[in-house]
Every structure is written in structure tokens, then in C-alpha cells.
Design a binder for this molecule. Structure first.
Ligand code: NAP
Length: 223
């Protein structure tokens, strides 16, 4: 990882963002937890630092966070992505990598996977961020509930998709510090349609079996 890598989670105060923040900090990485409200970010960072027993998580409002960090996780519900990306569009530059964690699922009489003209949530986001800011999809199938139990092993595979090999490797080098998860190259962003559908499937399975942490493992990689 390069010395000038600075990691931030845009509105990382929700369930998934907090889980990712805990796992990254537990791996020894310093990160910024973002929010639309600086106060909420500082409070969230304080709580998470207490959980891991170290002061590795710093709070910042989303605007400051994008200025300070170059690896930016987008950890908001998909339906707000358009508005949030529009608000910060002028801040995204070529030195940033936007890590898209969003899944285009809404809950209306049960989970529904949105049918998007762009193909996937990641491709929808690609079209709303300047073209010289690379997008990497990650964490799409990793459940917040399990991430938050940071002392538990993950014991699963997770997928990275990006149209930029360089950005994908940059993100991989960070995420490989999290133990017990194997990061698999899922190819370019066009495969996110399948990845997001896998999360939709896992949500349905969780609901039917009354569990919270179904996830994926791929067989045959060593063959
Ligand atoms: N939950 C999971 O297990 C899971 C698994 C894989 C992927 N994901 C994906 O991860 C993303 C985050 O999920 P989550 O469960 O963490 O979401 P969440 O808790 O519902 O919300 C995350 C954050 O989004 C911000 N937010 C809320 N309303 C907003 C609005 N109207 N406009 C702009 N920002 C708003 C809030 O941050 P501030 O108020 O601090 O700005 C909130 O803390 C989603 O896209 C989800 O599909 C979730």
C-alpha cells in the first residue's frame, strides 16, 4: 500500500459502513468515518474506537473526508446515490478511487432488486462520477451483521469488480489486510449485475431461514 493512501467511508455511519470501518481498523488501518453531519461522524468514530480499543477511526463530514482521503467507500443506500454523488461531483478527482458498496435493493413488501437501465448499481454510479475517477465494487455480498462482529472470522470469498485493473489492485492490497476473507477478481463492472443479484438472493435466504449472515464461497479456484 502506498504511503499516501488515506481511507474514508462516505456516510459510513450506517450498518454496513460501521462494519467495514471496524474490520479495517481491527486490521490496523487508520480510517475516516464520514457523515453528512460532522457531529454524527465524530460520535460514530468515538463509539467504534471504544469497540476496538484503539484510536484508529477519525470522524469527518463527507465534504472534508473527500478532500482528505483518496480511497473512498460509498456506504449509503443505493436510492440516495444520485443525490449524494451530484452534491460531491466536483470534488471527485483522478487521484480518488471510489469503492462502491451499494446494492440496488429496496424493501417494499419484501426485498426488490431494482431493474436499472445501466445494468447494475455499480454501472449506474460509474455514470454519475467523473470518468477519470476509477470505481471498484467491493463488499457487495458481505453482510453488515457479520462485519460488525469483528472478533468473528468471515470465512468466505468476496468479489472485486472494476474496469481499472490498477484501481482494483490498489483496493485489493488494502482489503487483503482483513483476515479470513479471500478477495476474488470478479472482472469488469459489467459483472456487478450478477454480484448484486447474489446479494438479493442472500437477503431472501436470510429472511426465509431467519439467519443474518449468509455469504459466498467459490469452489474450484485451486484446480
Ligand atoms: N446492510 C448490509 O448487510 C449490506 C451488505 C452489503 C451491501 N450493503 C450496501 O451498503 C450500503 C449501506 O447500507 P446500510 O445498511 O449501512 O445503510 P443505512 O444504515 O440505511 O444508511 C447508511 C448511511 O447513509 C446515510 N443516509 C441515510 N439517509 C440518507 C439520505 N436521505 N441521503 C443521503 N445519505 C443518507 C446515513 O449517513 P449520515 O446520516 O451519517 O450521512 C446512513 O448512516 C447500501 O447501499 C447497501 O445496499 C449493505
Amino acid at each position: 500500500m502506498s504511503h499516501d493512501t488515506t481511507i474514508g467511508l462516505i456516510s459510513g455511519t450506517g450498518e454496513e459502513g460501521r462494519g467495514i470501518a471496524l474490520r479495517l481498523a481491527a486490521a490496523g488501518l487508520q480510517i475516516y468515518l464520514g457523515s453528512r453531519s460532522e457531529e454524527k461522524a465524530l460520535e460514530g468514530a468515538k463509539e467504534l474506537n471504544q469497540v476496538i480499543g484503539q484510536n484508529l477511526i477519525l470522524g469527518a463530514d463527507n465534504h472534508d473526508l473527500i478532500e482528505k482521503c483518496n480511497i473512498l467507500f460509498l456506504t449509503i443506500p443505493f436510492i440516495y446515490a444520485d443525490a449524494v454523488l451530484e452534491k460531491h461531483r466536483d470534488q471527485f478527482k483522478s487521484h480518488h478511487v471510489l469503492v462502491d458498496v451499494t446494492v440496488p435493493v429496496v424493501f417494499d413488501k419484501g426485498p426488490q432488486l431494482l431493474d436499472l437501465e445501466e445494468g447494475s448499481g455499480a454501472e449506474y454510479i460509474r455514470q454519475r462520477v467523473p470518468s477519470d475517477t476509477p470505481i471498484v465494487a467491493a463488499f457487495k455480498t458481505l453482510p453488515a451483521h457479520l462485519l460488525a462482529e469483528h472478533h468473528l472470522t468471515l470465512d468466505c470469498d468476496e468479489f472485486l469488480c472494476s474496469d481499472s485493473k490498477e484501481a482494483k489492485e490498489q483496493v485489493r492490497s488494502i482489503l487483503e489486510k482483513i483476515p479470513t476473507v479471500r478477495w476474488i477478481d470478479g472482472g469488469p463492472l459489467k459483472y456487478c449485475r450478477a454480484l448484486e443479484a447474489m446479494t438479493f438472493l442472500a437477503i431472501g435466504i436470510n429472511r426465509r431461514l431467519k439467519i443474518k449472515a449468509s455469504r459466498f464461497q467459490l469452489l474450484g479456484l485451486e484446480d
